[in-house]
Design a protein around this ligand. Sequence first.
Ligand SMILES: [Zn+2]
Ligand SMILES: [Zn+2]
Length: 346
Amino acid sequence: MQALQKVDAAPGLEVREVPPPERPGSGEVLIRVEATGICGTDVHIAEWTPGYEFMAAAMPVTLGHEFAGTVTEVGSDVGAVAKGALVAVRPSVVCGYCPACKAGDADACTNRRGIGVMRNGGFAPLICVPAENCVPVPAGLDPAIAALTEPMTVSAEAVDTGEVREGDRVLVLGPGTIGQGIALFAKAAGASEVVVAGQNDGPRLETLNRLGFDKTVDTAGRTLMDALTPYLKAGKFDVVIEATGVPAVVQPSLEVLRKRGILVICGIHPEPARVDLTRLVREHQQIRGSYRAPIATWSRVLSYLAEHSELVQAMISHRVPLSEALTGFGLARSKSASKVVVLPQV
Ligand SMILES: [Zn+2]
Ligand SMILES: [Zn+2]
């Protein structure tokens, strides 16, 4: 079968012919992959930006950690996962025997192996995964939308971390998939106003408009404070959620946050940010990090996607077959695309 792989510790990816996975063992299922999203992490791995050196031990490895597919074969001891079911797959595979796993805190597993990073992922027609990583997809949901589940759990966790509540005014920095999801979940949490800022980000801000957010600003050529002037008349924001990975936005985002407000950071930053801590102290503000969501968030996000499937379609800007995955990566790298989804069965 064909698979999109990282072959060596250098820039680049290859679509290669690889043997299909073996029959599922105990606790495993074989999945026919229906749709796999291309994420910023995949683009970083393709470009071989620093921070992924640990992957060398797993190469060649098939990328793809945001996917949904149909269970076609089940091994023994797979619990309730049934043949024929459409599932979204949590990419985080835990060991089950380290002290954290034994204590029931699998999230803190010290031997975690990410699907699509340290073991073969979803840019291939078939994949074998642990049954316990499969989350059932509500009936009738488009698999490409189900493939948005993983990034949307990251968005939901950021909103939960910011404790967004009824009536809050929320600023989202970064209009990519994660930022789009944050805007949706902030609104679902009862935010009275959601403003989204990007930089040279016309197409993705338009996607937000289609998702129902008309308060979008492009900061190109001006400061964040200037760009937000019309919205700051009503006061500073209660919660600011950062999804840009740009260290230079951290300090300005604290300056548009109210006293005692919460700044959530969920971008992956290539270098440390400079923060005026004295100002932070006097403003009594909090900075919180947010990353992987707990397992329970997965079914909540899938229910949300099913309930709003018409709307969230707008998040997917391109669908490409596996043979054109590299073209898809080119699109994902440009700011003209929102989510690019690879369809391995086409
Ligand atoms: Zn991702
Ligand atoms: Zn473990």
